[in-house]
Design a protein around this ligand. Structure first.
Ligand code: MV4
Length: 514
C-alpha cells in the first residue's frame, strides 16, 4: 500500500470482552465509529453496549460465531465499516480472514496475509530469523519427520531436547525429551497431537533450555518500510502457557541488551515485510544470552504495560498505520518511563486448580488511584459465560520504580472487589508478595517451582489461624476506635468478633478480599 492514505471512519471489532472495549475506546478518542459483533451469549455484554452499533453473528460457541469469517465479513459489509480490528485470539492470526477482508475492500488492521502465514509456521519463522541474523536455539529445520534423522540430530545437539509443532502455540504438540530411548515415541505423540490440534503434524527439534525467561519485544511497522521497537515485556510468570503477570521493563534489562534485542526484532520484521503491531518473542538464559522463539502477528493482551512506560496508544498507532500513513514514532523518541505491571484477572478458582468459574457478577468494584488502569470486559451484573476465555479484566499499574509499581498493584488488588465468581485476584497478591518475585528473580518455571501442586495457600493451618487472629484483632480494635464519636458519645453499631475472624481467615489463608 504505497498509495494514498485512506481515512478510516468506522471500525468493526471482531472480538469480545476487554479487548473489544479497549479498541472501541481508541475509536472514540479518534472520532471513529465502532461496530460490535456478538454471539447469542453476549447480547447484553459490555462490548456490545460500548459500541455505536452491533450485529449478531451466531450461537454462543465461538466456532459458530466469533470464528465464522463469513458472518463477521457480512456484519462488516452491512455496517459499512471500512476496517476490521481483530483483537487477539479468534481470527486475529488467521491469514484467510485477513485476505477475505482485503478482497471485500475492508482494511484488516494487522499485518499482510502472507506475513501472517509465513510467521505462523514456526519452522518458516525460524528460517526467517536465521536469515535476518538472529540467534536461535540450536535446532533442526528438518520437517519431513524422518525419525532416524531427527534422533541423530537430537543426539548431536545433546539431550534434553524439545520437540515443537511447526503450527504450534500454547504448548500443544510440545514434548521435552530427556534421553534417546524416549525420543521416537515422543516424536510420534507430539506429531499426532499437532495434527489433531492444527491439522499439521510437522514438528521440529530444539535444544531444551532450562528455566529460561520469556522476554518479548513490541514492534511497530508502517507500509513505508519504517520499523521501530517499543521496548520489552517480561512475561515469565505464566502457568500452562497462560501468562499471568507481565511487566515492562524486564528486571534483567540493560540499555545494551535492549538495543541488541530490539535490533534483532526489527531485523526479522524487515525480513518478513512486517506491517502494523507485532511481538517478537525471545527466550533469555541465565547468561543473558537471548534466542528467537516466534513472532506474534497481533496486538497482545499485555500491550498496556508498553503503553504505560512509553506513553503511546498502540491501538491508535495501529489505526494510523492501517490508514497507510507514515509512522510518527521515531526510535530515538521511544523511552522507558517508570515501570508497569499487569495482572490478568481470570474468572477461575485458584483453589480448584484454576477451574473456570462462571456466573453473574453480584458485586464489582474497580480499584482506582495513582497509576491504576483497568481494562475490564465486564461490569456489575455481567454474566460470565462458559464459552470463552475466562479472562475478565486486566489490571495494569504504573510506578516510577518497580517497587512503587508492585506496592501500587498490591493496593489496587486489595481494592478490587468481585463477587459472584471466583477470581485470580488473591493469587496475584500471593505471587506479588513472593521474595523472589520482589527481587525480580524469575523464569518460566517460577510458578511450578514456588507453588508446586497449584498450592497458593498458607501451608500450615496453625500458622494461618494465628495470622487470621492477628489480623482480626487489629481490625477489630481499629473499628472500635472509630466507634467513639468526637463528642465522646459511643456510637451503637454491632461489631462482632466472629465477622472479623471470618474475614481475616479469607485474607490470610489466601490473600482474598471478600
Ligand atoms: C522453549 C523452551 C525451552 N527451550 N524452547 C513454550 C511455548 C512455545 N512458544 C515455546 N516454549 C518454550 N520453548 C526451547 N528450546 C521453553 C518454552 C517454554 C515457555 C516459553 C515461553 C513462555 C512460557 C514457557 C513455558 C514453558 C516452556
Amino acid at each position: 500500500m504505497a498509495d494514498e492514505p485512506r481515512t478510516i471512519k468506522k471500525i468493526l471489532i471482531a472480538n469480545r470482552g476487554e479487548i473489544a472495549v479497549r479498541v472501541m475506546r481508541a475509536c472514540r478518542d479518534l472520532g471513529i465509529q465502532s461496530v460490535a459483533v456478538f454471539s447469542e451469549a453476549d447480547s447484553a455484554a459490555y462490548h456490545v453496549r460500548m459500541a455505536d452499533e452491533a450485529y449478531p453473528i451466531g450461537p454462543a460457541p465461538s466456532n459458530k460465531s466469533y470464528l465464522v469469517m463469513e458472518n463477521v465479513i457480512e456484519a462488516a459489509k452491512l455496517s459499512g465499516a471500512d476496517a476490521v480490528h481483530p483483537g487477539y485470539g479468534f481470527l486475529s492470526e488467521n491469514a484467510s480472514f485477513a485476505r477475505r477482508c482485503e478482497e471485500e475492500g475492508i482494511i484488516f488492521i494487522g499485518p499482510k496475509p502472507d506475513t501472517i502465514t509465513a510467521l505462523g509456521d514456526k519452522v518458516e519463522a525460524r528460517r526467517l530469523a536465521i536469515d535476518a541474523g538472529l540467534p536461535v536455539v540450536p535446532g533442526t529445520e528438518l520437517t519431513d519427520n524422518d525419525p532416524k534423522a531427527a534422533l541423530d540430530f537430537a543426539t548431536e545437539i545433546g539431550f534434553p531436547v524439545l520437540i515443537k509443532a511447526a503450527a504450534g502455540g500454547g504448548g500443544k504438540g510440545m514434548r521435552v525429551v530427556e534421553s534417546p530411548e524416549l525420543f521416537e515415541e515422543s516424536l510420534q505423540s507430539a506429531s499426532n497431537e499437532a495434527l489433531n490440534a492444527f491439522g499439521n503434524g510437522t514438528v521440529f527439534v530444539e535444544k531444551y533450555l532450562l528455566k529460561p525467561r520469556h522476554v518479548e519485544i513490541q514492534i511497530m511497522a508502517d507500509h513505508h518500510g519504517n520499523v521501530v521497537h517499543l521496548n520489552e515485556r517480561e512475561c515469565s510468570i505464566q502457568r500452562r502457557h497462560q501468562k499471568v503477570i507481565e511487566e515492562s521493563p524486564s528486571p534483567i534489562m540493560t540499555p545494551e541488551l535492549r538495543e541488541r534485542m530490539g535490533n534483532a526484532a526489527i531485523a526479522i520484521a524487515k525480513k518478513a515485510g512486517y506491517v502494523n503491531a507485532g511481538t517478537c518473542e525471545f527466550l533469555v538464559d541465565q547468561n543473558l544470552d537471548f534466542y528467537f522463539l516466534e513472532v506474534n502477528t497481533r496486538l497482545q493482551v499485555e500491550h498496556p504495560v508498553t503503553e504505560m512506560i512509553t506513553g503511546l496508544d498502540l491501538v491508535r498507532e495501529q489505526i494510523w498505520i492501517a490508514e497507510g500513513r507514515e509512522m510518527r514514532i521515531k526510535q530515538e523518541d521511544v523511552g522507558v518511563h517508570g515501570h508497569a505491571l499487569e495482572c490478568r484477572i481470570y474468572a477461575e478458582d485458584p483453589e480448584e486448580g484454576f477451574a473456570p468459574s462462571t456466573g453473574r457478577l453480584k458485586h464489582y468494584r474497580l480499584p482506582q488511584g495513582p497509576g491504576v488502569r483497568v481494562d475490564s470486559g465486564v461490569v456489575i451484573f455481567s454474566e460470565i459465560p462458559i464459552y470463552y476465555d475466562p479472562m475478565i479484566a486486566k489490571l495494569a499499574v504504573w510506578g516510577r520504580t518497580r517497587e512503587e509499581a508492585i506496592a501500587r498493584t498490591q493496593r489496587a488488588l486489595q481494592e478490587y472487589r468481585i463477587s459472584g465468581v471466583k477470581t485470580t485476584i488473591g493469587f496475584h497478591r500471593v505471587v506479588l508478595d513472593h521474595p523472589k518475585f520482589i527481587e525480580g528473580d524469575m523464569s518460566t518455571g517460577f510458578l511450578g517451582e514456588h507453588y508446586p501442586d497449584n498450592n497458593y495457600r498458607v501451608k500450615d493451618p496453625e500458622t494461618a489461624e494465628m495470622a487470621a487472629i492477628g489480623v482480626a484483632i487489629d481490625k477489630f480494635v481499629r473499628d472500635r476506635k472509630v466507634l467513639v464519636s468526637p463528642d465522646g458519645q459511643p456510637q451503637f453499631r454491632s461489631v462482632r468478633w466472629k465477622d472479623y475472624h471470618r474475614r481475616a481467615k479469607l485474607t490470610t489463608t489466601f490473600g482474598g478480599n471478600k
